[in-house]
Design a protein around this ligand. Structure first.
Ligand code: KG4
Ligand code: ZN
Length: 340
């Protein structure tokens, strides 16, 4: 069969990214222009600044992606773009660029769900991986346990009732003075700390065994810091980071494995920015090994936001014949498994 080359674009948050992916599994280029340094001084992503930076970067990033792949637009089979969820102003930049190029070059347009992209990053990192499997999706905006029944077919069985896991990492990092982005900084500092130093809570959501709640552990960290400050005690930040991280990854790993066992899956796939977390990888691997479950996660560069994952997800939509028209719009709160 003739290979399918997809040019993919991702601008849902603070990375301007474009990639060329062959047959959904092979990376020909992966260009990511990160805005992290720009937002660091504000302690988080400022949506208007993010949109403006995307406008500035989108054309050079796409040009670079084609150049690195050694391809022209004419040789591309389809253009894929994230249309939700995400920041509306950021999404619109990528979407407009993708539509303009698809229209001008007469190429099919495929809108991709950002979170389905995160899951699909695993198809690139693990060429033999195929659905069905149990999946944990943990990013700055999402914490879900999902059954991936087939390519593009999802059933959510667990969700967060408040903060997403990455959001909790970012908030706790800010509280202990580590700054933005918090996840990688907590991960690093935690290596120097004792994860059993402070007993932070693991919240259970009544009657929802696979749901999460992270606002309690976040508040417990804030209360601990206030209490220590009031008592005039010096806080061991590495112990706080390690103990907080342990509380979060313990819940993520044990609930996902429990879900896999209940639904009879011997494969667990983790994805999203928090899938970079070394303690989560270690803990999940440890439990999966003892339960004879095979664990998959993408290489770090494909865990955080990138366009390769969008090209991978789009490939399976392309094969199914999914094509979007010129009315495709940004959907900031797009749900998993939903198409608009
Ligand atoms: O998937 P992603 O790049 O963007 C979203 O779609 O949200 O995820 C970003 C989130 C941030 O909250 C960031 O702090 C978290 O992933 N993150 C991590 C690590 N690397 C990124 N959290 C914990 N440990 C890490 N090593
Ligand atoms: Zn993401």
């Amino acid at each position: 069969m003739k290979p399918v080359y997809i040019l993919a674009i991702e601008t849902s948050c603070d990375e301007t990214a474009a990639a060329v992916v062959k047959d959904g599994r092979t990376v020909l280029s992966n260009i990511i222009s990160s805005q992290v340094p720009l937002h660091t001084m504000y302690g988080g992503v400022v949506p208007e600044i993010a949109s403006r930076k995307h406008v500035e970067k989108i054309n050079p990033v796409i040009t670079e992606a084609l150049k690195k792949a050694n391809m022209t637009l004419e040789e591309i089979d389809a253009i894929a773009v994230t249309y939700g969820p995400g920041l509306v102003g950021s999404l619109l930049v990528g979407l407009s660029a993708a539509k303009a190029m698809a229209y001008a070059a007469g190429k099919p347009l495929i809108g991709v769900h950002h979170i389905e992209g995160h899951v699909s990053a695993n198809y690139v990192s693990h060429p033999d991986l195929e659905p069905p499997f149990m999946s944990l999706i943990v990013s700055g905006g999402h914490s879900h346990i999902v059954i991936v029944k087939d390519y593009g077919e999802y059933e959510i069985i667990g969700r967060t009732h408040d903060d997403a896991a990455g959001e909790a990492f970012d908030k706790v990092a800010r509280a202990i003075g580590l700054g933005y982005p918090g996840g990688p900084k907590i991960d690093k500092l935690a290596r120097e700390g004792n994860c059993n130093a402070i007993a932070f809570p693991r919240a259970h959501v009544e009657d929802c065994p696979y749901d999460f709640s992270f606002s309690g552990v976040k508040s417990a960290v804030l209360n601990y810091l206030n209490h220590e400050e009031m008592m005039g005690n010096e806080v061991n930040k590495a112990d706080v980071a390690a103990s907080f991280q342990e509380a979060v990854v313990d819940v993520l790993a044990t609930r996902t494995v429990a879900a896999a066992k209940e639904y009879g899956f011997d494969k667990i796939v983790i994805s999203g920015g928090v899938a970079c977390n070394s303690a989560l990888r270690y803990k999940a691997q440890e439990i999966c090994d003892s339960e004879n479950i095979k664990l998959y996660y993408p290489e770090p560069i494909l865990c955080t936001d990138n366009a390769v994952m969008i090209g991978a997800a789009a490939y399976y939509e392309y094969l199914k014949g999914v094509r979007d028209d010129w009315t495709l719009n940004a959907v900031p709160n797009l749900k998993i498994g939903e198409r608009k």
